[in-house]
Design a protein around this ligand. Structure first.
Ligand SMILES: CC1=C(/C=C/C(C)=C/C=C/C(C)=C/C=C/C=C(C)/C=C/C=C(C)/C=C/C2=C(C)CCCC2(C)C)C(C)(C)CCC1
Ligand SMILES: [Fe+2]
Length: 521
């Protein structure tokens, strides 16, 4: 049985894996993955799985062999907690308080510090690239540079030094030149709360050692619907000419947040879903840096992951993983996970199931009539109906249910894609399948096997491939049978048939996201 809240060990020395099958000879590089790994320190523990202190792990594929290693992210949060032998830095789902045995004076100081808090650098959500550098990231203003080969923790970088961004997404996009685009929120800065899309130029000169973030620049800003309650978002979409941003009625209450510490509640209790409100869909023209004039909206929904966005014949099409509410977050409370995994569990709480949905935004609504569906694409049932006030009410098409953690062949990002690789979820917080979705035919292919929990499926194209799905899918698989080994699984992306597996001695932990770094890059 997999125990979510058990602290996971690190194994910093690379260990060779046992290979069955044959790895393609062109597949050379390192898959670096990250997720929460430490859930209790001394007598204190985190409440939520996302809070856990980050553990990185990697599979280095070289000359037909695979080696695995893992290391904790040794940021300031890690150091402070380890030194104090208790959790002293708050995370989204856990508010940390000073040791009750400490005197009243130090308690007071901590309170003051929390009124203007310094946030965590426990960057356990994703591994991203800016320029030639790799960073661990969550969604605060801090990211942590890492050495992707040794998994050592390097410099702490503060977005706030460059742009007013209090929260920043962990899912940037990249263009062909390697420039990164990401999105953050600045809260009540100069009496304004806004979302900002920014660019981190790739940097051209190999000898240039100035940190790439020094050159980061704001591309455009979107004012927030309300000053004191910015929406939460986890990713966004990008095509050649547009950015897609979903402003969902899942919002942070800033006033509540300011008093959370004093009231003894965690920050996530200040994050609320408002089912009675709409979801606004913002389409920003990358050339003019302005929103298009047409207003798009849909019903209340919660989206974490965008799949892809592209332009087609006067429309912007985008696919996302959408939920009916915010119950995903609640599902990952560690107490809740304990109950749900236990077969004798009495927990029968309802959780909204993730669905892959397609939205279509018509780019022109001239000479159209109220009540008209402006989507003219033959291949989708998604609609966008003009309302009396001129706004377009968008209804998505459901492409597939029970899937999350979408990945595509990233060469198709911003372009019309056909295939999506996902994890299949049946039992709430557990992925039991790898799913390949053909968005054209809606057919799915699956890889699944008893007792195995695969992670996010990362697609890697064969060099010089012509077809979109010519390549492999990599996933780190947990073996839930006591004493048996987990492995890196290599699937043929065309058929989802197993090509090879690399069994590792170390116990694999459930993680969030990862990035494949080809050798020599
Ligand atoms: C700065 C700031 C702050 C802080 C913040 C923080 C601390 C954050 C963190 C954050 C984070 C840290 C986040 C994260 C997120 C994540 C997510 C959103 C995820 C998702 C996931 C999913 C979707 C899952 C999936 C899965 C898995 C993983 C396994 C298997 C199964 C499944 C598939 C289900 C505040 C607000 C206070 C205030 C203002 C400012
Ligand atoms: Fe994510």
């Amino acid at each position: 049985m997999y125990i979510y809240n058990q602290n996971k060990e690190e194994n910093p020395e690379p260990v060779e894996a046992d290979i069955t099958g044959t790895l393609p000879d062109w597949l050379q590089g390192t898959l670096v993955r990250i997720g929460p790994g430490i859930f209790s320190v001394g007598e204190t523990s985190y409440n939520h799985w996302f809070d856990g202190m980050a553990l990185m792990h990697s599979f280095t594929i070289k000359d037909g062999g695979v080696s695995h290693r893992s290391r904790y992210l040794r940021g300031d949060t890690y150091k402070a907690n380890m030194e104090a032998k208790r959790i002293v830095v708050s995370e989204m789902g856990t508010m940390a308080y000073p040791d009750p045995r400490k005197n009243i004076f130090s308690k007071f100081i901590t309170f003051l510090n929390h009124a203007v808090p310094d946030f965590t650098d426990n960057c356990g959500a994703n591994i991203i690239q800016y320029g030639k550098d790799f960073y661990a990231t969550s969604e605060t203003n801090y990211i942590r540079k890492i050495n992707p080969e040794t998994l050592e923790t390097l410099d702490k970088v503060d977005y706030l030094k460059y742009l007013p961004l209090n929260v920043v997404s962990s899912h940037p996009h990249y263009d062909k030149e390697g420039n990164a685009y990401n999105m953050g929120t600045s809260i009540a800065d100069k009496a304004k709360t806004k979302y900002t899309i920014f660019k981190v130029p790739a940097g051209t000169n190999a000898e240039d050692t100035t940190p790439v973030l020094k050159n980061m620049e704001a591309v455009c800003s979107i004012p927030c619907r309300s000053l004191l309650s910015p929406s939460y978002y986890h990713s966004f979409g990008m095509t050649d000419n547009y950015f897609v941003f979903i402003e969902q009625p899942y919002k942070l209450d800033i006033l509540k947040m300011a008093t959370a510490y004093m009231r003894g509640v965690n920050w996530s209790s200040c994050l609320k879903f408002h089912p009675e409100e709409n979801t606004l869909i913002h389409l920003i023209d990358r050339k003019t840096k302005k929103e298009v004039l047409t207003k798009y909206y849909t019903g209340a929904t919660v989206v974490y992951h965008h799949v892809n966005a592209f332009e087609d014949d006067g429309h912007v099409v985008f696919d996302v993983i959408a939920y009916d509410d915010n119950s995903l977050y609640d599902m990952f409370y560690l107490d809740e996970l304990k109950q749900r995994i236990d077969p004798g569990s009495s927990s029968n709480k309802h959780y909204s199931s993730p669905k892959c949905k397609r939205f279509v935004l018509p780019l022109t609504d001239k000479e159209s009539e109220v009540g008209e569906d402006l989507v003219k694409l033959k291949y989708t049932t998604a609609s966008a109906v003009k309302e009396k006030d001129g706004k377009l009410l968008c209804q998505p098409e459901v492409l597939c249910g029970g899937v999350e953690l979408p990945r595509i062949n990233y060469d198709y990002n911003g372009k019309k894609h056909r295939f999506v690789y996902l994890t299949g979820v049946e039992m709430s917080a557990v992925a039991t399948k790898i799913v390949k979705l053909d968005v054209e035919t809606k057919k799915v292919q699956e890889w699944t096997a008893e007792n195995f929990w695969p992670s996010e499926a990362v697609f890697i194209a064969r060099p010089n491939a012509v077809e979109e799905d010519d390549g492999v899918v990599l996933t780190s698989v947990i073996n839930t049978v006591e004493g048996e080994q987990g492995f890196l699984l290599v699937l043929d992306a065309k058929t989802l048939k197993e090509i090879a597996r690399a069994r590792v001695q170390a116990q694999l932990a459930m993680d969030m996201h990862g990035r494949f770094i080809p050798q020599g890059s």
